[in-house]
Design a protein around this ligand. Structure first.
Ligand code: ADP
Ligand code: ZN
Length: 665
């Protein structure tokens, strides 16, 4: 009999696929897309059959040990998609495959054939008649629907503020597809997968819905996977990984809040969901809809280039007004008890008024603001890098300020370079401090705090939100957690304790993040019959990100930001690959990353790439390991990635670990 060899993808960091001989006993069973057990040295591993051929490429080949699956678990589309992921994100094919499957599959668990009960059994399904779309909604719906029906892949950007009726459009599209027995996937940020939000989908689609979130047990996850694959669930709502749901005859993928950072996977393969979804939609003839009030700069840029179609919803449903935003200049606020003042007079006054009207208040502070930047509280000046326009981070041990991208270094200063006053200080303030101050100022109000410290129990988050909704909490203080996905009609005031914390992160997307956050936060106010009010406290009241958020004007922000990006040749005008080297001895890490930078530069041979850095990472020491990074910048990822992969083969390192992040966040 002719020899038969299988190409097996393994989830090892190294290289391509591995050839194994198929013994005669397995010939009938083996098939592309199935899992097998193979031995790697003396270890038995799960492998994925990605090819079969009669030609051995090496002398010594070992036998496939056994075939796990009765039926392939990866179809042609998923094989193609994962292969592309491995090339784009510079990981192995096996690693990409494991990213798309539920975890138990990676351990060789076998197929479950029985039918299972839908997870949502017990929830009442009322199937309310879909609402009649407004003219604006109907227009957007029509444009998207046309492509869906023709099975023409296309990316749409649905740009509309919170409450403009985007979700209703998604549901109409899904409903249309269901009539033809076709499937849809709706992705939302993990944090927005609250029972409240999901219930709206359940009540419309009932048992045909599968919900995928991180709190699902592994067993449930596998059950849902099968239910989707058998076509019993045709609508999937889920977080990032739900983009890989084995939906049959996929017609639509929606990414709601497409700018959200949770769509980036922070472990290998470090994929960006938007990018993967776009690829999947292309392959399967599906339509991708990106929804947001504050689109990522990349998406809006692509819309400008006519690569994707932008549809706008300009009004809120029933023309509910957007909240009035007041920007408070904290430089003018007086100091109290030596430290930074937390509540401006304006915020305090607005809170008193709202509470006396029995309305609720949300106070927001981004805790990431603990990062220490040097800031002048007299003039608002923040020490920034002259090359990268990002704020410099203070390193206590070195007594210096560093740029985390290009390694520009500046000795710590006492006087503000802008106003020459002695008001420079390191910014760092937490939600706990806000809480104690709120309790002090409003001793009669019921105050609660919600952040990752206070919310350690699984459901405490939901429980607190329920109390808040019932009015048993009057002032809710929190981090990003409170900004998404909830509808609290009695909230009439939102206070942003400091808009500056995100603004001064050492990150070139800092302004974009700030604008997103402020817009998001402002969207929480005035959702019911009460007009909303937002008070934003800042030391830089004239910053364009803050002014644009005040005007609820995405375009105003975009026009300013895009100019900087172009000037500094940052995304979307270029693409970045981040290389992180980590190790126990900092000297060694520094020596090697310097070497890596020089090595890469020496191999460019006139290619349009550039090295930025090296510099210490934003988190410069983690779990005992020192971390330094450098960025590679160039016009296109596939070209730069292929070159990097090839070039890195020759780079010698020892006792350090290299991590690669394509399109880092
Ligand atoms: P978004 O997803 O943009 O935040 P939603 O679709 O959630 O907006 O709509 C906001 C609110 O308006 C929801 O309560 C929704 O039920 C309601 N709504 C949406 N479209 C319509 C419509 N055509 N007629 C009446 N109410 C609508
Ligand atoms: Zn710099």
């Amino acid at each position: 009999m002719q020899l038969l060899l299988a190409d097996i993808a393994l989830a090892l960091p190294a290289g391509g696929t591995f050839q194994y001989r198929v013994p005669d006993s397995l010939r009938e069973k083996i098939q592309i897309g199935k899992r097998v057990f193979v031995f790697v040295r003396s270890r038995r591993m799960v492998g994925y059959v990605v090819g079969l051929s009669p030609t051995p490429l090496v002398q010594e080949v070992r036998d496939v040990d056994s075939v796990i699956d009765e039926e392939p678990i990866l179809n042609e589309h998923f094989l193609k998609l994962t292969r592309w992921m491995s090339e784009y994100y510079l990981c192995s094919w096996g690693q990409a495959i494991e990213a798309v499957l539920p975890a138990p599959f990676k351990r060789g668990k076998t197929f479950m054939k029985s039918r299972s009960k839908p997870l949502c059994g017990g929830l009442e399904t009322i199937h309310p008649a879909p609402l009649t779309l407004t003219e604006e909604q109907a227009h957007a719906f029509g444009q998207i629907q046309e492509r869906v029906q023709k099975r023409q892949s296309q990316v749409f950007l649905l740009h509309g503020v919170t409450g403009s009726g985007k979700t209703e459009i998604y549901m109409h599209l899904i409903g249309g597809l269901l009539k033809e027995s076709r499937g849809s996937i709706v992705l939302v940020p993990e944090i927005a997968l609250t029972p409240q939000a999901v219930e709206r989908f359940y009540s419309r689609f009932g048992d045909g819905l599968a919900v995928i979130h991180s709190r699902l047990s592994q067993g449930k996850r596998v059950e849902e996977w099968h239910r989707i694959r058998r076509g019993e669930a045709k609508v999937v709502v889920g977080a990032r990984s739900a983009v890989f749901s084995p939906v049959r005859d996929l017609g639509l993928v929606v990414i709601d809040e497409e700018h959200d950072t949770s769509y980036k996977q922070e472990e290998t393969p470090r994929y960006e969901t938007r990018n993967v979804a776009k690829r999947r939609a292309e392959m399967e003839g599906a339509v991708l809809v990106l929804g947001s009030a504050t689109p990522s700069l990349e998406s809006f840029f692509e819309a400008g280039e006519k690569k994707i179609v932008c549809l706008s919803l300009r009004e809120r449903i029933e023309k509910r007004p957007l909240p009035v935003v007041e920007v408070v200049d904290m430089r003018r606020e007086r100091y109290r008890e030596k430290g930074e003042k937390i509540f401006s007079d304006a915020l305090e006054k607005n809170m008193r008024e709202a509470l006396s009207r029995k309305e609720q208040v949300m106070l927001f502070l981004n805790r990431r603001g603990f990062s220490t930047y040097l800031h002048c509280s007299s003039c608002g000046y923040v020490m920034t890098c002259k090359n990268c326009r990002i704020s410099l981070t203070y390193h206590y041990d070195k007594g210096s300020l560093f740029c985390h991208v290009c390694h520009y270094r500046l000795a710590s200063q006492r006087l503000c370079p802008a106003c020459q006053k002695n008001y420079l200080h390191y910014f760092g303030m937490g939600t706990q401090k806000v809480e104690s101050e709120a309790v002090r100022l409003f001793p009669d109000a019921k105050v609660a705090r919600m952040d990752s410290d206070s919310m350690t129990k699984k459901d405490s988050h939901e429980a607190l939100l329920r109390l808040f909704k019932k009015g048993e909490v009057e002032v809710l203080i929190g981090t990003q957690m409170i900004t998404k996905g909830h509808d609290f009609p009695n909230v009439s005031l939102i206070g942003v304790i400091s808009a500056d914390t995100a603004l001064h992160l050492p990150d070139f997307r800092a302004a974009e993040r700030t604008f997103d956050l402020l817009t998001q936060v402002a969207g929480r106010a005035g959702r019911g019959d009460i007009p909303g009010k937002v008070v934003i406290q800042t030391h830089v009241p004239h910053h364009y990100a803050i002014l644009a958020a005040k005007d609820h004007d995405y375009r105003e922000f975009y026009e300013k930001e895009i100019v900087f990006r172009k000037e500094l040749e940052l995304p979307p005008f270029t693409h970045l690959i981040q290389l992180v080297l980590s190790g126990k001895a900092e000297k060694e890490v520094v020596r090697q990353i310097l070497g890596l930078g020089k090595f890469l530069e020496s191999r460019m041979d006139g290619r349009p790439f550039a090295v930025m850095g090296p510099a210490p990472c934003l988190v410069s020491k983690e779990k005992g390991l020192f971390r330094w990074n450098l960025y590679l910048k160039g016009p296109s990822i596939p070209e730069m990635g292929a070159w990097l992969k090839e070039t890195l083969r020759e780079f010698q390192k020892s006792r350090t670990v290299l991590t690669i992040d394509v399109d880092p966040q």
